[in-house]
Design a protein around this ligand. Structure first.
Ligand SMILES: [Zn+2]
Length: 390
């Protein structure tokens, strides 16, 4: 359905995949690089074709579904529980994705029912078809309470035009006036476009819970920053880790601020999560991520995922020697031109980094003309006097 796909490409608030800039060692990173970290390796180089599966370990299958955007796929996993499957994440609800699932259900997954769908976080590429599996296969949805509440709220909250609060948020972030006027008259991205309705009822997982899947015991560890209460599952019986978008190789997930919580500091949540999860990371673990290829070398990867944001924060602070709006920081933050497709996500990520620096007292802000915040690096001493944030 081309119009749905176009809308998704243009407006989905899920991921601007910022290219990673190699950073120097040390700096402000709180996850210290292990002294002699194992490199990041991809033992499985060839992703599965649509509807096919690759067995990564006994009873653990890797499948892929397409996304109509620059990041063109999402990984999902099927875990063999003996009498049925547990799926980990589902892809978007589109005709194409449903057809690929039908092919997989009649192919590598044939002969056993889908009993459970475990969703790592509430974003559409992960939870999109969970409600469909519940409604048509009688599957139980297993996820965090925050993920369920967020997804169900957003699916029900269908808006024909951007909410006034969203327009005010974009204006405050310095969105180009012509673009703002155009967006105000357009139907925004709505979760309901690509997420199936979620029936009432789910099974909650929380920090430290244990699950039995594919003949293994798994411990639940929550992350944040990309999505609140993002579940990761750590096998206690072998080396597997289901990472969702919390543990990705090669790309850094979007940390965004939106009108729902304009003063949020997801960068702090992200750094705290990486630091906490690093205590459990081992070189030999095989991480099954939400995008890209399965990988080993998690201790190094977690250090990189933190350093990447510290480097962005340093570039941003240096760029604010004179006052700028959030939209004027794209060059220093991304190092490339931002097209209209990615603009809203880029803005969300810019505000996230500005909020973090502001809370840390490293930058100040004041209301500029036209209702946009102007951000500027704090002179030393000035930040402390200003209180360092809201
Ligand atoms: Zn994702």
């Amino acid at each position: 359905m081309p119009c749905r796909a176009t809308r998704w490409r243009r407006l989905v608030p899920v991921g601007i995949w910022r290219r990673e800039v190699p950073t120097r060692r040390g700096g402000r990173a709180r996850v210290r690089r292990p002294a002699d970290p194992a490199p990041i390796r991809h033992p499985f180089g060839e992703p599965p074709a649509p509807g096919a599966a690759v067995e990564l370990a006994e009873g653990v299958l890797w499948l892929r579904l397409p996304l109509p955007m620059r990041l063109d796929h999402v990984n999902v996993y099927a875990l063999d529980d003996g009498d049925g499957w547990t799926l980990v994440d589902t892809g978007l609800d589109t005709g194409k994705t449903r057809a690929i699932w039908q092919k997989a259900l009649a192919g590598p997954l044939a002969g056993k029912p889908v009993r459970r769908v475990c969703v790592t976080h509430h974003h559409p590429d992960h939870i999109g078809l969970a409600g469909w599996f519940q409604a048509t296969h009688g599957a139980t949805l297993v996820t965090t309470r925050t993920a369920w509440l967020f997804a169900r709220m957003l699916v029900l909250d269908e808006q024909p035009r951007p909410a006034p609060e969203t327009l005010a948020f974009w204006r405050a972030a310095g969105m180009d006036a012509a673009l703002l006027a155009r967006r105000a008259g357009q139907r925004p991205f709505n979760f309901a476009d690509v997420v199936a309705p979620l029936p009432l009822g789910f099974r909650r997982i929380a920090e430290g819970d244990r699950l039995r899947l594919a003949g293994r015991a798994w411990e639940v560890r929550l992350g944040g920053g990309h999505a609140p209460d993002h579940a990761t599952l750590w096998s206690l019986d072998d080396n597997l880790v289901l990472g969702g978008d919390q543990l990705l190789p090669g790309i850094s997930p979007n940390l965004g601020v939106y009108a729902t919580e304009p003063e949020a500091d997801p960068v702090a949540d992200w750094i705290e999560s990486c630091t906490r999860l690093a205590a459990r990371a081992r070189d030999d673990q095989l991480v099954l991520p939400g995008h890209k290829l399965p990988f080993t070398g998690l201790p190094l990867r977690l250090a990189q995922l933190v350093e990447n944001h510290h480097a962005a924060l340093r570039r941003l602070e240096a760029d604010l020697s004179r006052p700028k709006t959030a939209a004027e920081t794209f060059a220093s933050l991304y190092g490339r031109a931002i097209g209209e497709d990615e603009y809203v996500l880029a803005l969300a990520e810019a505000v996230a980094h500005l909020n973090h620096l502001h809370r840390a007292g490293r930058i100040l802000r004041e209301a500029g003309p036209g209702g946009a915040w102007l951000w500027q690096a704090a002179a030393r001493g000035q930040a402390a006097a200003a209180g360092g944030g809201p």
